[in-house]
Design a binder for this molecule. Structure first.
Ligand SMILES: NC(=O)C1=CN([C@@H]2O[C@H](COP(=O)(O)OP(=O)(O)OC[C@H]3O[C@@H](n4cnc5c(N)ncnc54)[C@H](O)[C@@H]3O)[C@@H](O)[C@H]2O)[C@@H](O)CC1
Ligand SMILES: [K+]
Length: 504
């Protein structure tokens, strides 16, 4: 699914108005009534509602929503900007359409007795995607008092004050509990710095022109279930284990064999035909006992990995989980990068060792997958960035070095060599636990060995990892979740993706 920028949404609005054709005020009515329909599914008419409206079309939506709620017996008041403020045409039309039974307040009425906010549900229609600067004056104060109150807030399209696709200039941003957004998700919903402003968000379709949206060039996408299902291949009854690839996992050091075990188990649970694990000397018996399905190759060193095995027989290599940062291991990583010609996934200390090199990224074969978390990404980029600037840096890195990079976190962002960014939609905070990254490496390695391209393996692997984590959390709760639970729920995740649809 495409994630449109504010200007692309404006373009799609204008195109729809012209081509459908539909008047702007009628498109606003459609948006308001779709919002209303979803709102009444979720909220009862018992709690009084205050719709706070700004001067533009987001405020116009708010007025139309207030009218629909009033007609359906909700107790509604609206707040509009002071009469001296300039308003949009569609705002004024909807203001005129407001039933006389609806009480109209001005910002001062609320600022003088903010305690009234504690008893209402607020529908936030102050500013939408037309925001062009930080909010000031009376409406900024309104945001502050609403945020300080105990009112439940449902934002129309986007929390007011939040910039949809650039870093927000101020902290005068509505803190929503829920956001009903029109037609397409907004980028700010997906960033660690801003996603919390939106609360739970969902898309309200308003039937903007499909042809227009399809024709739009887009760099940001949401990895929905439908998209991911399209990536997953069916197995034919005549395929045998040789068809599902041989993978080599280089993982573990003396104190961190657990990382090797987790990555190896995850790899085996993700459909690989055959797996060999390169581990430090004397660790074979541990691995053979814990994972009888895996074969091993013992390094001559007992503390760390130091020697390159014969890599020819393998369709993919994964390196990094628990390998530590010994000099010998650093040399080994560089040998792998320079000599192996198949697809590679590098994680954890593999990334840290890479970041130590002068221009380590330039050494990587095109198509390599990196799976950094935020700190590892900063090390690789050799600078710390935040918000939209971090996303830019991520896109640039993937494009410049022709890599697939999974920036891990909520809505993990997968940057591809073609410059596109794909935000993952599965996963939960319970997965922020030791070993979770090792599991992801194992899954991606299995997919690469099975012949998925690095673009596909990065997106599909990230989605499956999150989905398995969601299945685990549904059964066990987020607090108790450990990395092994993600592995044990991988079969459910695969089954969900190959059976009937029930995700966004
Ligand atoms: N026909 C359309 O274009 C549709 C628009 N819709 C709604 O319209 C919204 C966009 O409406 P607008 O473009 O009117 O913009 P907004 O309602 O977001 O903002 C209103 C106007 O205020 C001004 N402004 C921007 N930042 C400001 C600030 N910090 N302080 C004071 N004034 C500021 C700008 O001139 C802006 O156009 C969407 O978010 C959505 O809710 C929906 O009704 C669907 C259809
Ligand atoms: K809003």
């Amino acid at each position: 699914m495409k994630i449109l920028s504010a200007s692309q949404i404006r373009e799609a609005d204008a195109y729809t108005i012209q081509q459908e054709p539909i008047k702007s005020i009628d498109l606003m009515e459609r948006a308001a009534s779709r919002f209303f329909q979803r709102f009444v599914e979720k909220f009862s008419s018992e709690k009084p509602i205050l719709v706070v409206c700004g001067p533009g079309n987001n405020g116009g939506d708010g007025l139309a929503i207030a009218r629909l709620l009033y007609w359906h017996k909700f107790q509604v008041k609206v707040m509009v900007p002071s009469p001296t403020k300039k308003t949009s045409d569609d705002f004024r039309t909807n203001y005129q359409r407001l039933p006389s039974g609806i009480v109209v307040l001005y910002p001062d009425d609320i600022l003088q007795s903010p305690q009234q906010l504690d008893t209402v549900l607020v529908i936030d229609a102050l500013f939408g995607t037309g925001l062009s600067r930080a909010i000031e004056g009376e409406l900024a104060q309104i945001i502050q008092v609403i945020n300080a109150s105990s009112a439940y807030v449902v934002s129309v399209d986007i929390p007011s004050g939040l910039s949809s696709d650039s870093d927000s200039e101020s902290d005068r941003i509505m803190q929503a509990d829920e956001t009903f957004t029109f037609e397409a998700p907004k980028r700010a919903f997906l960033l660690p710095e801003t996603h919390a402003y939106c609360g739970r968000w969902e898309i309200i379709p308003i039937d903007l022109s499909k042809a227009c949206i399809e024709a739009m060039e887009c760099t940001h996408f949401l990895s929905t279930e439908q998209v991911i299902r399209g990536l997953l291949r069916n197995r034919s009854p005549f395929q045998h284990k040789g068809d599902f690839g041989r993978a080599l996992l280089m993982a573990g050091a003396k104190q961190t064999l657990g990382a090797a075990v987790l990555a190896a188990k995850a790899c085996l649970r993700s459909g690989v035909g055959l797996l060999r694990v390169h581990i430090p000397k004397d660790a074979s018996s541990i691995l053979n006992v814990t994972i009888p399905e895996a074969m091993t190759w013992e390094d001559p060193q007992a503390d760390c990995l130091s020697q390159l095995p014969d890599t020819e027989a393998y369709q993919a290599i994964g390196i990094g989980p628990g390998i530590g940062q010994a000099k010998e291991t650093e040399k080994l990583l560089l040998q792998v990068i320079q000599q192996y010609r198949g697809p590679l996934v590098i994680d954890a200390d593999g990334l840290n060792l890479l970041a130590k090199q002068k221009d380590g990224l330039a050494l990587l074969p095109p198509g390599t997958i990196l799976t950094p978390h935020l700190k590892e990404f900063s090390r690789l980029a050799k600078k710390e960035t935040f918000g939209f600037k971090r996303l830019d840096a991520l896109q640039e890195m993937a494009q410049k070095y022709q890599l697939s990079i999974v920036l891990k976190g909520a809505y993990s962002a997968v940057a591809l060599a073609d410059g596109s960014l794909h935000f993952n939609t599965t996963g939960n905070p319970g997965m922020a636990t030791a070993g979770s990254g090792d599991v992801l490496t194992g899954i991606i390695l299995a997919l690469l060995a099975q012949g998925y391209s690095s673009d596909q393996a990065a997106r599909l692997g990230t989605y499956l990892h999150g989905l398995a984590g969601d299945c685990a959390a549904a059964e066990l709760g987020q607090e108790a979740l450990i990395a092994s639970d993600i592995i044990s729920h991988l079969p459910h995740a695969f089954k969900m993706l190959t059976s009937a649809s029930n995700h966004i």
